[in-house]
Design a protein around this ligand. Sequence first.
Ligand code: PLP
Length: 384
Amino acid sequence: MKKKLVSKSNFIPVNVPKIFKQEKIYVKKCLDTAWISSEGNFVKKFEKNFSKYNKRIYAVAVSSGTAALEISLKSLNLKKGAEVIIPTFSIISTALCVIKLGLKPILVDSNIQNWNMDTEEIIKKINKKTKAIIITHIYGFPVNMKNILKIAKNKKIKILEDAAEMIGQTYNGRKCGSFGDISTFSFYANKHITTGEGGMILTNDKKIFLKCKSLRNLCFGEGKDRFNHSDIGWNYRMTNLQAAMGCGQLKNISWIIKRKREIGKRYISILKKCNKISIQPEAFKYAKNIFWVFGIILKKNNKISRDLLVKKLIKRNIQTRNFFVPMHKQNIFKKMKLFSKSSKLINSEYLSSNGFYLPSGLGISNKEIDFVAKSLIEVLKGKN
Ligand SMILES: Cc1ncc(COP(=O)(O)O)c(C=O)c1O
């Protein structure tokens, strides 16, 4: 009898984070000294180290990537009703921050080859009312930003770069998240660096930096005027415990990036013979994929639907996650009649209906990758 690669009882979650020794030492230090809130040296240390790593001057650590987006967009001080170009295919946080600030989200479809925002369509949608573009890098491969950055500079359109999924990735040799007027990151448990929950804002603009710092902390007043607040802010502070974890994780970033690419390459080495699926580009002249997640698109030549395939994989103890639902297909936005004129974003709909990602967290073993990839091939061939 053929030996099974992974036993039936071994459930393979879509993500298992990797915790190193250093985080435990740092977090214990917080607990031992009782510096557990946002008032602690690890927060400043994490901000300093993270901005240095990304070659940006200022950093503001916050409680999530969603919080980072909200604060960043507000810090740009756009007038109510201004248009902000965003991808339809991303996490809902992007659309939410625009809507909550009374701005107008303008959706852009995906490029079917690389799954990112279609840059030609961004250019077409720019007009006099466009005041910002949220450039969001998806799943591991960066947006080809060169032309957009040039046009935005000429037209004085602000760029908010969402690099939540891209920590450590580069575009033309420079770190993703170092291009925008402001950029945001997430440290949720499935990100390259995790603090459990958390986020970061980076900028080179001192005014924007000071505004973000204030917005993160309820816009408290100065000195004896502490409880007299200057604007509508949030408590989006990061705790010292989270920052301690971030400091430990950041020490291992080189290993993390190397391992993420190894995971991607290992999947490709097994799946490359399969003509029923497509994946994001492995490399292009401006970047090598970092495979934040290993995404799969079922081609049209398949007899099996994505949903049945996913069900069959779960029966084999393999958890997967379906791709994002585009913003113009969200129930809440339909109810609000927000994107009724955006019905032609067909690439994002195709990705959303046929895409899913395989377990690709840092905690996955090579043996598990092999098992997942081989199982996928078997299921695509019609086995249960
Ligand atoms: C592109 C992108 N932006 C923002 C976020 C939000 O980050 P968080 O979950 O930390 O709020 C995510 C989360 O996965 C994301 O993928």
